[in-house]
Design a protein around this ligand. Structure first.
Ligand SMILES: *Cc1c(COP(=O)(O)O)cnc(C)c1O
Length: 426
């Protein structure tokens, strides 16, 4: 039988670069044919070949309530029936801004955008405009969307400025970005000692989720907060992934650190395109039309997207929501670690709230270099074996995974059983 996924992929490649609208979807890292999804309900998705999978990607994080949650879908329907877009203010945006500022205490003002990339790009421009400085610090392995200033890799020396990590990014721009090692407090201190007065901002994933999952050392985040305050630099927590994913107050709530600016996305749109950047009133007051830092968007605060986000944010405030999500996610990682160890497979895993990391490596990594030591071929074998058995994990060894409130204890148990079968024949 000819696979419809395969047919669609071939058709897609004629008119879409690589057949996909975002690169990791192409399965280049794991090989094989991407699944073209037809529908999703709760924890499950089904593909064009009529196969069903338990989904541990959740659209890369947004779907914390699972697919097509009835209350979210109803909110979207209601909003859509009243008009898809106005390009003018609506009450739902006000409600969204109030709710975000209430749930994330470091937010005093917030602006809505349509993607995580827009949020981080705007936050960086704002930090530069506010400080009157150009230098940006980021960390290797953290991803903050695809704007020019952020597609930069480390330079040749420890404290030298970066080089573009993508074609089309001017060297001149990359030269303003310093790329340091995640969780390396000494490196950060050295960078501030050398360049302190020129640093506009430090941007970080407070739990790194784009190099698989790397947990922060609390002292690293603490030092970052102090160094930014001491040198007048803006601390930006990129919580596009971790916001409302690791807990209701994001990673900043979990680790008890207040950044100056926060970027949000993914969960706050509940599967629709919503991003946000916000933080201290004094800084946010520099954004147009109040201040000189320009930022705008035709579809920003789109009423249908905001309706999905608001419905999602209402449901995650349920008592016990994050306790349940955390327990379910831990059930998965503990189960996988147990199954691997019974069969002698070098494997480790961890979770924070509703996100998790799986590593074909004996211990959970703390640095980008350790992440790179994991056995990628082993991951790819695991990925395809689980996919064949109906369990859809992220198609790359370097991505985090996500559990939703729609995943039942029995769902997780079935994934552990499938993994045990794979490990027993390892
Ligand atoms: C996903 C992500 C982004 C980019 O968001 P998009 O909506 O894909 O543009 C930025 N930062 C982090 C931490 C992310 O996980």
């Amino acid at each position: 039988m000819v696979s419809r996924n395969q047919q669609l992929f071939e058709r897609a490649q004629v008119f879409i670069p690589g057949g996909v609208n975002s690169p990791v979807r192409a399965f280049r890292s794991v090989g094989g044919t991407p699944r073209f999804f037809v529908a999703g309900h709760g924890a499950r998705v089904s593909d064009a070949d009529n196969r069903s999978y338990l989904d541990y990607v959740g659209s890369w994080g947004p779907l914390i309530l699972g697919h097509a949650h009835p209350e979210v879908v109803a909110a979207v329907r209601d909003a859509a029936a009243k008009g898809l877009s106005f390009g003018a203010p609506t009450e739902s945006e006000v409600e969204m801004a109030e709710l975000l500022c209430e749930l994330v205490p470091s937010l005093e003002m917030v602006r809505l955008v349509s993607s995580g990339t827009e949020a981080t790009m705007s936050a960086i421009r704002l930090a530069r405009g506010y400080t009157g400085r150009d230098v940006l610090i980021k960390f290797e392995g953290c991803y903050h969307g695809h704007s020019d200033s952020l597609l930069v890799k480390a330079g040749s020396g420890l404290l030298t400025f970066g080089n573009p990590s993508s074609g089309g990014v001017p060297d001149d721009l990359a030269r303003h970005t310093l790329v340091l090692d995640y969780n390396d407090t000494a490196g950060l201190e050295a960078a501030f000692a050398e360049h302190g007065g020129r640093i506009a901002a430090v941007i970080v994933e407070p739990v790194a989720g784009n190099m698989n999952l790397v947990a922060p050392r609390p002292a690293f985040l603490q030092a970052m907060r102090e160094l930014c305050s001491d040198h007048g630099a803006v601390l930006i927590f990129d919580e596009v992934m971790t916001g409302f994913r690791v807990g209701v107050g994001g990673a900043q709530g979990l680790y008890g650190i207040a950044p100056d600016l926060t970027t949000l996305g993914k969960v706050i749109g509940g599967g629709m395109p919503v991003g946000a950047f916000g933080g201290r009133r004094e800084i946010m007051s520099r954004v147009a039309p109040l201040g000189p830092v320009y930022q705008a968007g035709t579809l920003s605060g789109n009423p249908v997207a905001v309706a999905a986000g608001l419905a999602t944010l209402k449901l995650i405030q349920r008592t016990g929501f994050y306790e349940d999500l955390t327990r379910r996610t831990r059930q998965l990682v503990d189960g996988l670690v147990g199954a691997a160890s019974r069969h002698g497979v070098p494997f480790s895993a961890q979770s924070i709230g509703g996100m998790f990391g799986l590593y074909f490596h004996p211990a959970c990594p703390r640095t980008f270099a350790e992440v790179m030591q994991a056995d990628k071929d082993a991951f790819n074998r695991f990925f395809h074996a689980l996919l064949d058995a109906g369990h859809y994990f992220a198609p790359s060894a370097f991505e985090a995974g996500f559990v939703s409130s729609a995943h039942s204890e029995a769902d997780i148990a079935s994934t552990i059983t499938a993994a045990e079968t794979v490990f027993s024949a390892w």
